[in-house]
Design a protein around this ligand. Structure first.
Ligand SMILES: Cc1cc2nc3c(=O)[nH]c(=O)nc-3n(C[C@H](O)[C@H](O)[C@H](O)COP(=O)(O)OP(=O)(O)OC[C@H]3O[C@@H](n4cnc5c(N)ncnc54)[C@H](O)[C@@H]3O)c2cc1C
Length: 467
């Protein structure tokens, strides 16, 4: 075991080694993985990060970067028995600057997403990345997983929002790539390489993120639809008419709605008559506060006449809109309360969603007739959280034992429809072996060569992302 003394001297009060102090860092929020580490180091600056990485590189010690530890794929949890430290970016939480003309916010990687949203709002701008974990997840984690969330339809994923980046390389060198350029074709895009790399190529220490004008008004509706086909017809019509004013097109099944309502007595069922599917549709307007609600109402009235929807509730107040979003965002937590879950974070081309769902539902239903389907997601992005819960009162372990064959059935169908097995959560240690089945050998080999070039010692988050 290497001595941590010299590290402890430099990081006095910022180096955790006691088991009880390290415990929260050694597991994920779903408690699916447990790992071990020599220590948790909490740097304050990019230079601190560089010196920790150099210290580790000289001793062959692996580094597991961790932001808010809200990831879904076990990427921030070290492997059991690892000769590794956890590098927590939590103390690196400064908003460095906001520039109106460049329309950017420059932040430390450990900034909590909500803090960034708030800083943008305080400056009269809008930072559109938004996800259920925004009160805890960090910009560094968002970039490392290429996070998506509910604003992708209009504003894109973390990748689309990032203009520049500061990174500590696996050798402990600081690369200042904090550019603010919309246009740059001066060679390989290293920023894009680090986005989605899940800590396996280097440590993101800072980022330049794009800002947008704040919408003056929003209109939100919960809509009951008879089928996914009808939902997509509505999606096509609304997007074609309103383009960027359509800012969210989310979906959930009746199973999801009742699951959330069972666990959230503060929320009420917005539409009385149960329906197989619901949409959460949001329009945003930069111009007028009045017009946008009328537009939504008239769109829904037309859709009703065309039998595309069976009912709709338009939020009358901001609080009601928040409740609709609380239903959509409460699904993950409510599902966690009814037992262990088998999750999928898949995406297919939007046009293939109905075919995917009908094939996958049939295949799963035939082999595992008792599992509970918990299907929801970002319909406008083709990103489905195709999840399962154990049958009521069912044996949890027996259910979880089916994870691997269930994954394979689902993912084979996904890939047949031109999709991906990870749309926004990353591969981590959840899907890093499975990916070998779905990417071509040449793609896996190119990924390996990138890893070898940037991290020849293999010390950056080992056992993650790559098979
Ligand atoms: C309730 C809930 C809802 C969620 N909803 C969504 C959603 O809608 N969309 C979505 O995309 N995700 C969602 N997530 C997943 C999660 O919030 C995201 O993956 C988020 O981007 C992770 O950020 P984090 O700071 O917590 O990263 P962590 O969990 O700490 O780390 C995630 C990965 O990034 C690496 N990493 C972290 N920081 C750095 C860094 N500075 N440099 C290099 N690598 C780093 C880690 O090593 C790990 O591999 C949700 C999670 C929860 C709990």
């Amino acid at each position: 075991v290497p001595s941590l003394d010299d590290l402890a001297d430099c990081f006095s009060g910022r180096l955790l080694t006691a088991a009880e102090d390290m415990a929260p860092f050694l597991t994920d929020w779903r408690d699916l993985w447990r790992g071990s580490a020599l220590a948790v180091v909490q740097p304050d600056s990019a230079d601190d990060v560089a010196s920790v990485v150099r210290w580790c590189a000289a001793r062959g010690i692996a580094i597991v970067p961790q932001g808010g530890n809200t990831g879904m794929s076990g990427g921030a949890t070290p492997e059991p028995g690892a000769n590794a430290i956890i590098l927590s970016l939590a103390r690196m939480n400064r908003i460095r600057t906001i520039d109106g003309i460049d329309n950017v916010i420059v932040v430390d990687a450990g900034c909590i997403l909500h803090t960034v949203q708030q800083a943008a709002e305080d400056a009269g701008r809008f930072f559109p990345l938004s996800l259920g974990a925004e009160g805890s997840c960090t910009i560094g984690g968002n970039l490392a997983t290429n996070a998506g969330g509910t604003g992708v339809l209009r504003y894109g994923s973390a990748r689309d929002l990032c203009l520049g980046m500061e990174v500590v390389t696996a050798q402990g060198l600081l690369w200042d790539g904090l550019r603010r350029l919309r246009k740059d074709s001066s060679g390989y895009d290293l920023r894009d390489l680090f986005i989605g790399s899940e800590g396996t190529l280097g440590i993101i220490t800072g980022a330049v993120m794009r800002l947008y004008p704040s919408p003056a008004a929003r209109a939100t509706a919960l809509v009951a639809v008879p089928s996914i086909e009808a939902a997509l017809e509505l999606f096509d019509a609304v997007r074609n008419r309103l383009d960027t004013a359509l800012t969210a097109f989310e979906f959930l099944s009746e199973n999801c709605l009742s699951l959330v309502l069972d666990h959230r007595p503060d929320l009420r069922r917005p539409i009385q008559q149960p329906s197989p599917w619901y949409l959460l549709v949001e329009l945003s307007d930069l111009q007028t506060a009045d017009g946008i609600r009328d537009v939504l109402e008239s769109l829904l009235a037309t859709a009703f006449e065309q039998d595309l929807i069976v009912d709709a509730a338009i939020a009358e107040t901001v609080a009601q809109a928040r409740d609709f979003w609380a239903i959509r965002e409460g699904i993950a937590e409510a599902q966690g309360r009814v037992g262990k879950t088998i999750k999928h974070d898949i995406a297919v081309p939007v046009s293939r969603v109905p075919a995917f769902l009908s094939e996958a539902d049939a295949a799963i239903g035939a082999r595992w007739p008792d599992v509970r389907f918990v299907t929801f997601g970002h319909l406008g992005d083709g990103n489905i959280h195709y999840n399962f819960s154990p049958p009521d009162g069912g044996d949890q372990q027996a259910f979880l034992a089916q994870q691997q064959p269930i994954n394979q059935v689902v993912h084979d169908i996904v890939v047949r429809h031109g999709g991906t097995i990870s749309a926004e959560h990353g591969l981590g240690q959840l899907r890093n072996r499975e990916i070998a089945r779905y990417k071509s050998p040449i793609e896996i080999e190119l990924m390996r060569q990138v890893k070898q070039a940037l991290d020849p010692q293999g010390l950056m988050n080992p056992g993650k992302l790559l098979p």
